[in-house]
Design a protein around this ligand. Structure first.
Ligand SMILES: [Fe+2]
Ligand SMILES: [Fe+2]
Length: 207
């Protein structure tokens, strides 16, 4: 997509509002705000904070689920038309590709934004190895933001009480993997397993 037409976070919010349900819009606003809070909470400053007037947490929060309400067929069609390569797993469960498609759509809207932000959007769905603090914060925020009905304040406190952002993301990841298994939605994907192993080996994370 080459029609760049979005220059401010307000325009991005308006675009989102016109392309997803009210519920998804509020979720994305919650993720934007919570991503910033998580980064502040763990004192993370080692990420690209601004680009072209956009702040990383707000941009990533608003953009992460732009493609979440596309059907499987629409996601596959978008990837085909735009030359986005999908893994076997993504082809079997196209919903897993919504992070990558959201990242691509965002690039079409604003131009070539930072690679680390792009990666954070791609990896928010299942996780991956080598996630930086921005990607981890987005991943955590997606799970604990205020409109998540399954989340209690006590549980949020448990996650945020972790010793580091890596440990916090590890707790969220393990609970997500359990949740996917118990609901039969899908098994842990290769991205989730790579993230888990990375956090265990590189950061010594334990549950
Ligand atoms: Fe998502
Ligand atoms: Fe989300």
């Amino acid at each position: 997509m080459s029609n760049q037409r979005i220059c401010t976070i307000e325009q991005l919010a308006d675009y989102l509002k016109g392309h997803v349900s009210e519920r998804r819009y509020l979720h994305s606003m919650g993720v934007a705000q919570t991503t910033g809070k998580v980064l502040d909470h763990f004192g993370c400053t080692d990420y690209e904070r601004t680009w072209n007037g956009f702040g990383a947490p707000e941009f990533c929060g608003l953009a992460h689920d732009i493609a979440r309400e596309m059907t499987d067929a629409q996601l596959l069609e978008y990837c085909k038309e735009n030359g986005v390569t999908l893994s076997e797993e993504d082809i079997k469960a196209p919903v897993l590709a919504h992070g990558t498609v959201s990242a691509e759509i965002a690039a079409g809207l604003v131009g070539d934004y930072p690679k680390s932000w792009y990666r954070a959007l791609c990896d928010h769905t299942t996780g991956n190895s080598g996630m930086d603090s921005l990607a981890l914060a987005l991943f955590i925020a997606d799970y604990i933001e205020p409109t998540r009905r399954f989340m209690t304040d006590q549980r949020r406190g448990f996650y945020l009480g972790s010793s580091s952002i890596q440990q916090c993301a590890y707790r969220v990841l393990c609970d997500m993997i359990d949740h996917w298994r118990s609901t039969g939605f899908h098994d842990a994907s290769s991205g989730s397993l790579a993230m888990k192993e990375d956090l265990e080996k590189k950061w010594g994370c334990k549950y």
